[in-house]
Write a protein that binds this ligand. Structure first.
Ligand SMILES: NC(=O)c1ccc[n+]([C@@H]2O[C@H](COP(=O)([O-])OP(=O)(O)OC[C@H]3O[C@@H](n4cnc5c(N)ncnc54)[C@H](OP(=O)(O)O)[C@@H]3O)[C@@H](O)[C@H]2O)c1
Length: 258
């Protein structure tokens, strides 16, 4: 066959609609989102982006002083602030009741709350191990379990914030690695179980992010890191994506090193 013939066949295929795919972005306005650990750092950045995107947003955390500061940043009228410890399942059930009572439904859940305690494994305390497993792993399950009926009803989206520590292990991070490897496995398995209900599940696995994680005080030296607003943008992009597409596991790195 001549080159002209091949070009002609390719032209006919492209005109037939085979290669044409209309991009219809999902409308996210007026959807309702719940972000655990939304009072600081990454969760707060995601909350800002979702409010700008037209969603109604609820955030939670344990410390009400931090929650009040977040309410101030986000605007009182834009956000429902809830006192929740994700380690307690009853707290999460109560949070969902309050969200539905306020906004009438729940479409998007971001399981973000997490803590990091770093020490050589032989020095890692039981208290620090339990804090990480109970918050980062069991808390992520509590969040899904408390919200899954709403997600089923609304064909919703569940996103967990894991970490690159959920795929790369490093020294002094045995407990943190264990919790985050767990979150990645949990969310991927949940994705397989829940996609038959048209619920999407994604794990976002960031590298270094500017936040108050592990007592860090953000400053100018953090400019090279991923910013919470960058993760907010990724979440908005995921929510807007065509309903037939699911990026289920996303690794995010700073573009440059320090
Ligand atoms: N910063 C990084 O470089 C980085 C990288 C990859 C992944 N991550 C992950 O990103 C997530 C958010 O961390 P971040 O960096 O934004 O840290 P952060 O600035 O310390 O924020 C953590 C948030 O989680 C809340 N939280 C902690 N324990 C909680 C609990 N038991 N119940 C409810 N809320 C709780 C905190 O509020 P209260 O303390 O008031 O409860 C706060 O709102 C974590 O899962 C972390 O592992 C962070």
């Amino acid at each position: 066959m001549t080159i002209t013939g091949i070009v002609f066949i390719f032209y006919r295929i492209s005109q037939s609609g085979w290669l044409k795919k209309e991009i219809i972005m999902t409308n996210i306005e007026n959807k309702v989102a719940y972000i655990t650990g939304g009072t600081k750092g990454i969760g707060l950045g995601i909350a800002k982006a979702l409010i700008e995107g037209g969603l109604k947003v609820a955030i939670s955390g344990r410390n009400m002083q931090a929650a009040d500061a977040a309410r101030h940043v986000l605007g009182d009228e834009n956000v429902l602030v809830l006192q929740v410890d994700v380690r307690n399942f009853e707290d999460e059930v109560r949070a969902v009741e309050q969200i539905v009572a306020t906004y009438g439904k729940l479409d998007v859940v971001i399981a973000n709350a997490g803590v990091g305690k770093f020490a050589p494994v032989d020095e890692l305390t039981l208290e620090d191990w339990n804090a990480m497993i109970d918050t980062n792993l069991t808390g992520v399950f509590h969040t899904l379990k408390a919200t899954v009926d709403q997600l089923k009803r609304n064909k919703g989206y569940y996103i967990s914030i894991a970490s690159l520590a959920g795929t790369n292990f490093f020294a002094q991070a045995a407990g943190y690695n264990a919790s985050k490897f767990g979150v990645v496995g949990f969310t991927q398995a949940a994705m397989l179980d829940l996609r038959s209900y048209d619920i999407k599940c994604t794990t976002i696995m960031p590298g270094s992010v500017t936040s108050e994680f592990n007592g860090h005080v953000p400053g100018e030296e953090d400019g090279w890191k991923i910013q919470p607003s960058d993760l907010g943008q990724i979440v908005v992009d995921l929510l807007k994506m065509n309903s037939n597409v699911l990026p289920s596991k996303i690794e995010v790195r700073p573009a440059r090193t320090k």
